[in-house]
Design a protein around this ligand. Structure first.
Ligand code: SF4
Length: 425
């Protein structure tokens, strides 16, 4: 059963009398568990929908509608599938106390992997999940492999019953599923020869594995430092050598790079980022793979629309993690727009300087960094520092912060989204 949380005005759902709180029980006799069942079961032109209204009345609707016409309901959020692992490098262990409860959920959910590109390990799949992945053709999936050697993988995941990943992927690949894969590199465990073997195995698997990224473990002062450490510059350079070797042979054999290093890997290695052309369409940009080149590309693509900024001063708020890389984005942005972009790196005053991601910046720290500025025309906030309700991690709202500043504030994911309209003169 799935509960309706809202009904679109003028929609088929409204016409049927569905409302907030209506329970969607089954379609054509098949019980509904989540949005996947709903979307796949209602993809046909006609179907029998069984619902329970908030007053308890049960109704069956014989629905016929043109293919593609949405029913017009919003559904309750999916109950997130919890992770069965306990990785030493888990980002949840690296979080300080006192954050919103939802941030402490170790999610490992193939449904979110399919829908949002979240990485999943596939270690918590039940037979029913396997059937659904194949039946619904949930592809591509984003899979954390880490190592193809089952013993190393189980050690990394701290999960002695984690299944052997290659046969597992093979079963799905035979049903037409494709994968984006990642290796979180933990020095001394899955770098070096283990990394070489993992890249070799995954590439040899065949074209169902669309690519593989290598991401260095990222820790904070709260992480389990007695069990895991961050890689040195030399270890990162070693990983890049292996990635380059694999990418060179992938280009020869398949005409794609296939193997990538996260931007963070190059930063730690003290090496220049590769050019945009190697990223095969930036499939893992949300994973920090090619993010800087992607931003540069977005700016170049939208250059013609970024008018009216000559001589303006724009502050660009960022967490400390991106601070060393941002000049590579702001320089082309300045030359395209004629504006002066100034980086405003913000140290996380709430959780300490080791928490460097923009997603955990408290509004109060941003306010402290911007509050005394009267020389800016605009400030840009990293979009990921706000949740869907427009709140920072410390519950300050975007509106409250914006209202306290003497210049305009905009949230942005790629600069182009925030700079199409100039600020008022
Ligand atoms: S798979 Fe590992 S890193 Fe991911 S949530 Fe589970 S324990 Fe954390």
């Amino acid at each position: 059963m799935i509960r309706v949380t809202a009904v679109d005005q003028g929609s088929l759902a409204e016409e049927l009398g569905l409302q907030e709180g209506t329970e969607l029980i089954s379609v054509d006799g098949r019980e509904l568990e989540d949005f996947l069942d709903w979307e796949f079961a209602t993809a046909e032109e006609s179907f029998l929908l069984h619902v329970r209204q908030p007053d308890g009345e049960e109704i069956e609707f014989d629905i016929e509608r043109p293919l593609g016409e949405p029913i017009g309901v919003a559904l309750e959020p999916v109950r997130i599938r919890r992770c069965a692992n306990r990785c030493d490098f888990c980002f949840v262990d690296g979080l300080p106390d006192g954050l919103r409860e939802v941030l402490y959920i170790r999610d490992d959910d193939y449904r979110l992997s399919f829908r949002y590109g979240n990485f999943a390990t596939l270690t918590n799949l039940k037979p029913r999940d396997v059937r659904r992945i194949k039946e619904y053709r949930l592809s591509p999936l984003y899979v954390s492999v880490h190592a193809t050697d089952p013993t190393v993988r189980r050690y990394l995941l701290r999960n002695p019953s984690a299944p052997d990943i290659i046969p597992q992927l093979r079963e799905f690949a035979e049903a037409g599923i494709e994968f984006h894969t990642q290796i979180v590199m933990s020095p001394g465990v899955n770098d070096g020869t283990v990394l070489r073997q993992t890249l070799t195995d995954l590439f040899a698997f065949g074209p169902a594995i669309l690519g593989c990224s290598v991401v260095p473990v990222g820790l904070t002062e709260y992480s389990k430092h007695h069990l895991v450490r961050e890689p040195t510059a030399e270890e990162c350079r070693g990983a890049i050598t292996l990635i380059d070797e694999r990418a060179a042979s992938a280009r020869r054999e398949r005409g794609i790079s296939w193997a990538f290093g996260a931007d963070e890997l190059y930063l730690r290695a003290g090496m220049e980022l590769p050019p945009a052309a190697i990223y095969d369409g930036f499939d893992q940009v949300e994973n920090g793979v090619g993010a800087v080149r992607w931003l540069q590309q977005r700016i170049a693509e939208h250059a013609a629309g970024l008018r009216g900024w000559e001589g303006r001063r724009v502050g660009v708020v960022t967490g400390m993690a991106m601070t060393p890389l941002m000049p590579m984005v702001l320089a082309p942005l300045s030359s395209v727009t004629g504006a002066h972009f100034e980086l405003v790196p913000v140290v996380n005053s709430l959780f300490g300087s080791s928490v460097t991601t923009a997603g955990l910046l408290p509004g109060a720290a941003v306010q402290a960094a911007l509050g005394s500025r009267d020389d800016l025309d605009l400030a840009l906030l990293p979009g990921e520092s706000l949740n869907d309700d427009g709140l920072f991690i410390d519950n300050m709202s975007f509106d409250a912060l914006a209202g306290s500043l003497p210049f305009e504030l905009r949230a942005s994911k790629d600069f182009a989204d925030a700079l199409m309209a100039p600020v008022a003169a």
